[in-house]
Design a protein around this ligand. Structure first.
Ligand code: ZN
Ligand code: ZN
Length: 232
């Protein structure tokens, strides 16, 4: 089965992935998505609920959540995920091009932090080049952490850019069962598909955020006078 561990819906202001379309695309491509909106828990009838949580020390993802986590303190937020039986997944931890990546907050080597980590995203399709992905891979290997991948899809055309290839199904309500299948995948050669998307996707996200935050797309008002019309 194919699993994309990092997908957004239009509940994230930087995304324009309509939930119904996402559902259709996922079933067409045979992908099970982990839905990880920014600071919102979006529950769907087809994906695994997660949340990309912004904290005072960067962002991480909580997976298999029942309740949203709003804590600003990173350790409190991580503990809230664990208290509800969820998993902690580190998205694009070494991508310096993104303001909320963990590498910018001097936390990745903190012992208390590392103790809580379940999975590292070692391939994210929204990185500009592969260097941050390679660094994440080395980090996971060095620390003996499990590895996962995600497209970080914010738009329909990004879906399918990355997914794990799991040899076995898992119980969708049971994070431990997912870990069991993921461990098998990691041990037997870590099968996944991953390609980098276009950097234009990041610009599209910025525009989408602007539109969403202003409530509407405001175009500058144009006033015409006779002189201008002559030029049209
Ligand atoms: Zn986003
Ligand atoms: Zn994301």
């Amino acid at each position: 089965m194919k699993v994309d561990m990092h997908v957004h819906t239009l509940k994230s202001s930087c995304s324009l992935n309509p939930i119904r379309l996402l559902k259709k695309l996922c079933s067409k491509m045979g992908i099970l998505p982990f839905i990880c909106d920014h600071n919102t828990l979006t529950k769907t009838d087809f994906g695994i609920p997660g949340e990309e949580i912004s904290t005072d020390r960067g962002e991480f993802i909580g997976l298999f959540l029942n309740e949203a986590v709003n804590d600003r303190d990173i350790f409190e937020a991580m503990d809230k995920v664990k208290e509800q039986g969820g998993l902690i997944y580190l998205p694009h931890p070494f991508d310096e091009n993104r303001g909320r990546s963990l590498c910018r907050y001097n936390i990745l080597n903190d012992r208390e932090f590392k103790k809580r980590v379940d999975i590292v995203e070692v391939f994210n399709s929204r990185c500009r080049d592969n260097r941050p992905n390679e660094m994440a891979y080395q980090y996971a290997k060095m620390n003996n952490m499990l590895m996962g991948v995600g497209s970080d899809s914010h738009f329909p055309w990004e879906l399918g850019n990355a997914y794990l290839i799991l040899e076995e199904e898992f119980d969708r309500d049971n994070p431990k069962d997912f870990l069991r299948v993921l461990k098998k995948n990691n041990k037997s050669g870590f099968k996944y598909y991953g390609k980098l998307g276009s950097p234009i996707n990041m610009i599209c996200s910025k525009i989408s955020k602007k539109i969403n935050n202003s409530g509407s797309l405001r175009l500058p008002k144009l006033k015409f006078n006779k002189d201008m019309i002559r030029y049209l």
